[in-house]
Design a binder for this molecule. Structure first.
Ligand code: ARG
Length: 568
């Protein structure tokens, strides 16, 4: 089932061709219901290009615009917009078609991609902090949406499990470790040891040298150091897994940086042999002299001390993803500071003749109420685990107030769904590049553009069905009489327009905002139109609209990685 937007866009293209006009403009949902349901700016764009009167151009388009089966007569508005109002029977037919469609009209991609998505990707021996939420939930939402659209997706956690910090971690492990503290809180103890070692090595060159020696031994395969490293990685992975479990995140593979170690020497040789890399001051570098912004920013792939680095590993990662995983599309979700790094990595891939669609997807920061990077009172990063735990505790309070009669198991489950949902939605409902302020009160509010508001809309609909004594509605079609039911139906039809557009520029906030509008339309409908108390055939039709709304809300939230409770 093609969306209204797609059908109207096709008809517009035909009209432009028939009117001997070049293709221009697009069809978008109307910004204001007074302007109908959809509009096109084609006449405005063409008039500007050709120096003609926009309203006259609009009339030429309308004369050939064959939309009678979908719309009322197109109207010219303002400077030359063409406004389109859907016919009720067309809307009824489209909405009825969604009632028993598990995809709610969302088409699968015409050319499915083989995507690997690298997201989350935390570093070992450090706790995940609140900032990690962004990459985790954005990456997860994109993976879910891509999969729903029929793409073949591999989710990869590119754990930072190798690097110079292990010199200090290992020295600290050997000299400062408190075994009991490690039992109690492994990552906290690793961090304490790392920090203490860092301070000592800054003050004492002998410690610094000793740390370096530990690193060289690790890299040389020394068994003792290797075992310590393995234990550190294991402890961290277990802690990460707990957070992923709470967040409902899963990975298909977790290829840490260390996975690529064996490949690194070969990569440097290859780039030297092909002439893409050269030796400069003892280091092996790739220069980008022909790219002005990169001209003075070479990418070092082997340091002058012979060590490989983050960039070398990422070149190996490109190889693995393209050659071993057979991916044609690579999405990497990290904070904005890594932009230069990936620009260089993708440029090197291009120079090596790699053909894949490489995308670095970045995001802004999470701020505290003071509008600075979110920190604890003592200036530390806020641990992710603490945030997740607190979310659930706070959600629990809301449930205790709202619905004290739920049984214990349902309260616990619902608190989890609401708390975690609130955190995820607060993130995903923002444009990813925008910095946002982390506010418990706002994200857990039952009013406004929040997860609890959407979950509550779902819960209200479920309670309508409980009252009706049926689980869902089996109506085959809807009848749209009132403006509010017509508006709700239109929104439901637009799910299939919103979902694919998320991937154009990786904006889950488009879907979040869609769901918010849908919930608003539902509430307006529910206020204007009695459901259970109305007469047939309105009753069945309205119940069908309710059921469809609940399922679209549930599916839409699921694509954002958010669950819905039955009651709250
Ligand atoms: N571990 C890195 C960090 O915490 C992110 C890794 C991103 N992915 C990659 N292929 N480099 O900054």
């Amino acid at each position: 089932m093609e969306t209204f937007q797609a059908r109207l866009a096709r008809k517009l293209a035909d009209a432009l061709a028939a009117a001997d006009l070049p293709q221009a403009g697009d069809v978008t949902p109307a910004t204001d219901p007074r302007f109908g349901d959809y509009q096109t700016n084609a006449a405005l764009v063409l008039a500007k290009q050709r120096g003609e009167n926009p309203r006259a151009v609009a009339q030429r388009i309308i004369d050939k615009f064959d939309v009678a089966e979908l719309c009322e007569l197109p109207q010219i508005a303002g400077a030359g917009f063409i406004n389109l109002t859907l016919r009720s029977d067309a809307l009824e037919e489209q909405t009825s078609g969604l009632l028993h469609d598990e995809r709610f009209g969302v088409a699968t991609a015409a050319t499915p991609k083989r995507i690997v998505i690298d997201f989350g990707s935390p570093n070992v021996a450090k706790p995940m902090h609140v900032g990690h939420i962004r990459s985790i939930v954005l990456g997860d939402a994109m993976a879910r949406i891509a999969q729903f659209l029929g793409h073949d997706v591999i989710r990869d956690n590119h754990i930072g499990d190798w690097g110079t910090q292990f010199g200090m971690v290992i020295w600290g492990w050997k000299n400062l470790l408190d075994r009991e503290a490690l039992e109690r809180g492994p990552i906290a103890e690793l961090v304490r040891v790392y920090k203490a070692t860092n301070e000592r090595s800054a003050a004492d060159p002998a410690v610094r040298d000793a740390c370096r020696e530990e690193l060289v031994k690790l890299q040389g395969g020394n068994a003792e150091n290797f075992a310590i490293w393995q234990e550190c990685v294991g402890l961290s992975m277990r802690e990460f897994a707990r957070a992923y479990e709470l967040l409902g995140i899963r990975y298909d593979i977790q290829r840490g940086e260390s996975f690529y170690n064996d490949r690194l020497p070969g990569i440097v040789d290859r780039l030297l042999n092909s002439g893409l890399a050269e030796i400069s001051e003892g280091a092996v570098c790739v220069f980008f002299r022909d790219i002005p912004e990169l001209a003075d920013k070479p990418c070092i792939i082997r340091k002058s001390d012979g060590g490989f680095n983050y960039a070398t590993t990422d070149i190996a990662t490109v190889d693995y993803r393209l050659d071993d995983l057979h991916r044609d599309t690579v999405w990497i979700e990290t904070g904005a500071p890594q932009q230069l790094h990936f620009r260089q990595i993708f440029e090197i891939a291009r120079r090596e003749g790699r053909h894949a669609d490489f995308r670095h997807i970045t995001h802004g920061n999470i701020l505290g109420e003071d509008r600075k990077l979110m920190k604890t009172r003592s200036g530390e990063n806020v641990a992710l685990q603490d945030v997740l735990d607190e979310a659930i505790v706070r959600a629990r309070k809301i449930i205790e107030e709202k619905n004290p009669d739920l049984d214990e198991a349902e309260k616990a489950r619902t608190a989890h769904i609401i708390g975690i949902g609130a955190i995820k939605y607060a993130d995903l409902s923002q444009f990813r590049m925008t910095d946002y302020i982390f506010s418990w009160d706002r994200m857990l509010s039952l009013q406004g553009n929040t997860a609890p508001y959407l979950q509550n809309a779902y819960v209200r609909i479920r309670s309508i069905f409980r009252k009706a004594g049926v689980d869902d509605n089996s109506a085959e079609s809807v009848t749209l009489i009132e403006a509010a039911e017509r508006n709700l139906a239109k929104r439901l039809c637009q799910f299939a327009e919103a979902v694919p557009s998320v991937l154009n520029d990786f904006r889950p906030n488009i879907l979040a905002n869609y769901l918010f509008e849908l919930a608003n339309s539902f509430h307006a409908f529910y206020e204007a139109c009695p459901v259970l108390k109305s007469e047939e055939p309105a009753r069945s039709s309205r119940l069908a609209l309710c059921g469809l709304t609940a399922r679209v809300l549930q599916r839409g939230l699921d694509l954002l990685g958010i669950e819905v409770p039955e009651r709250m």
